[in-house]
Design a protein around this ligand. Structure first.
Ligand SMILES: *[C@@H]1O[C@H](CO)[C@@H](O)[C@H](O)[C@H]1NC(C)=O
Ligand SMILES: *[C@@H]1O[C@H](CO)[C@@H](O)[C@H](O)[C@H]1NC(C)=O
Ligand SMILES: *[C@@H]1O[C@H](CO)[C@@H](O)[C@H](O)[C@H]1NC(C)=O
Length: 217
């Protein structure tokens, strides 16, 4: 009998949990995965308590009225370590500001899942590997700044589909090949690509093939 009553209470407690909190916990877990992965000598993530119902009271995190995360502001925070794929679960994230830290490793391809993202600022870190072509799914993206890292490989041609892109900066990396000139890229100048010693120059449609670079990886 006691068990039956307990089950009933549990069941109704579950029913009365707003759906928002279910999402918010997923988002708190995703952010907490980042906290676990990084070294934080300035204790800027000290308020990130995973036992809270959502991450909306954590410092450097902003939420909307549904308690979903819209901003992560961790520029200049002395963080080091790897970016975690879990960040790609923040479906309503608009601003991912992780510039001027010492993040290493690759840009997770899962960031292509951030369908609300407006600004991806990863500049001034020590990221390696390619710019993921999955970022071409970020159809709301206006600012893509990954300059001053150690990124390699080609600039993914799929990024030319990002019709809302206003600012692109991939300068000061180790990218190679040519840079695309079609689609939204037609408005970007060499100022977006400077100091990638292995970049050959703009893609000349019908003259130099996009994939002509030898040993570009
Ligand atoms: C970047 O990382 C590499 C390898 O981990 C290291 O050798 C280098 O010193 C780092 N550069 C900066 C600017 O932190
Ligand atoms: C870039 O990465 C290479 C190897 O991964 C490393 O040797 C080099 O020091 C890095 N450059 C900078 C500026 O961190
Ligand atoms: C990209 O960043 C570099 C280094 O900070 C800067 O020199 C360059 O002007 C920037 N390009 C654009 C288009 O903002």
């Amino acid at each position: 009998m006691a068990t039956t009553i307990f089950l009933f209470i549990t069941f109704f407690a579950f029913l009365s949990t707003p759906l928002n909190n279910v999402f918010a916990n997923l988002e708190g877990d995703a952010l907490f995965a980042l906290r676990r992965a990084v070294t934080d000598p300035g204790n800027v993530l000290q308020s990130w308590d995973p036992t809270l119902v959502d991450p909306c009271t954590w410092f450097h995190v902003t939420c909307d009225h549904d308690n979903r995360v819209t901003r992560l502001d961790l520029g200049n925070a002395k963080l080091s370590g790897k970016l975690v794929p879990e960040l790609g679960k923040l479906e309503r994230l608009q601003y991912l500001e992780l510039y001027t830290n010492n993040f290493v490793g690759e840009i997770p391809k899962e960031l292509g899942g951030l369908k609300s993202l407006v600004s991806l600022d990863l500049f001034h870190n020590n990221l390696t590997g390619p710019i993921p072509s999955s970022l071409s799914k970020l159809s709301n993206l206006k600012f893509l700044r990954v300059n001053n890292n150690n990124l390699t490989g080609r600039i993914p041609r799929e990024l030319t589909k990002l019709g809302n892109l206003k600012i692109l900066n991939v300068s000061n990396n180790n990218l190679c090949g040519t840079f695309p000139t079609s689609g939204v890229f037609s408005k970007f100048t060499e100022e977006s690509f400077v100091n990638n010693p292995r970049i050959e120059g703009p893609e000349l449609i019908g003259f130099v093939r996009y994939d002509s670079g030898i040993g570009c990886n």
